[in-house]
Ligand binder design. Structure first.
Ligand code: SF4
Length: 293
């Protein structure tokens, strides 16, 4: 017996973060694939608006980064998108490499367990890179549109901060500027709520080795489980109810309260985004050939 995931399932920072936050939520979402019975955050229309603004902002900045005429990109924008895009143009992270820009880039690397072959995938808002002589340099930029900027200590704990540079270094030989050494990679979180104070995480060979160990342990642990009972609920504490269950669609099923938590308390609006199971399964064997390194 082994965990019932399709062989083409791609683990992402989001599904791994779900497993770390609450194993039961991983089970319900990715293995049982239960429909989502409750709203994640209140009020519902505010949640929808935040998600739509976030998606729209990503689309607009993507067009700017692809070199479209800014005057056309910002045409007829309403608040807050007009202000967010103007802020981005004023406070785009400094000193980004200029030779190569990859927007909405998906990369994946293989992960082999004793029983199956899976992939670890990441979708990047922006990778800016260059090669000077023998050395490449790459900066990963992630745009965040939450009502509050993320705190450094919290971002440091998030698996995104570990998975993104790890996958980039491992897969970087597919690029004309690659491969890149870990010490020449950094990750920048840029916030609409604090456009002039991005949070930067340098990467290093030690962090890369630690990331490999952590990810291997995490995936080994996850894939060694089989049944719902192997995926327990997060402990029922006031802190976990506030931080996790309050935003979780399964809270009535788990008896963790009825009312959704307020979006005002949320630090990463992407946590509200519906889980896209199709995206987790989108790496067909054909895709794997295309994006494999
Ligand atoms: S409601 Fe809480 S315990 Fe239940 S799946 Fe969600 S986060 Fe886990």
């Amino acid at each position: 017996m082994s965990l019932a995931l399709p062989e083409t399932f791609a683990f992402t920072q989001s599904s791994l973060q779900t497993f770390v936050d609450c194993p039961r939520r991983f089970w319900l979402t990715y293995v049982a694939r239960l429909p989502w019975p409750a709203e994640e955050a209140a009020p519902m229309d505010e949640r929808e608006r935040l998600l739509q603004w976030g998606a729209r902002f990503h689309h607009l900045v993507e067009r700017l980064e692809r070199g479209l005429d800014p005057a056309r990109v910002v045409q007829d924008l309403d608040y807050p998108l007009d202000e967010w895009v103007a802020s981005y143009r004023r406070h785009r992270p400094r000193d980004l490499p200029t030779q190569y820009r990859h927007v909405e880039q998906v990369l994946s690397v293989p992960y082999r367990s004793t029983q199956a072959r899976y992939r670890l995938a990441a979708r990047y808002d922006l990778i800016a890179a260059e090669r000077q002589g023998d050395a490449a340099r790459a900066v990963i930029v992630d745009w965040k549109t939450s009502p509050r900027p993320g705190r450094r200590t919290q971002l440091q704990q998030r698996l995104q901060t570990l998975v993104y540079p790890y996958v980039l270094v491992e897969a970087s030989s597919v690029f004309p500027w690659g491969p890149v050494d870990p010490e020449r990679v950094s990750m920048v979180y840029w916030f609409t709520a604090a456009p002039d104070t991005p949070v930067v995480f340098p990467y290093s060979p030690d962090l890369h080795a630690a990331a490999r160990t952590r990810l291997t342990q995490l995936l080994d642990d996850l894939l060694a489980r089989e049944t719902e009972a192997d995926f327990p609920k997060v402990p029922d504490t006031p802190e976990n109810r506030r931080r996790l269950c309050g935003y979780c669609v399964y809270r009535s099923r788990c008896n963790r309260g009825q009312a959704a938590a307020s979006v005002d308390e949320l630090e990463d609006v992407e946590d509200l985004a519906p889980v896209d199971l199709e995206a987790s399964l989108e790496f067909t064997l054909e895709d794997v050939e295309e994006i494999a390194f």
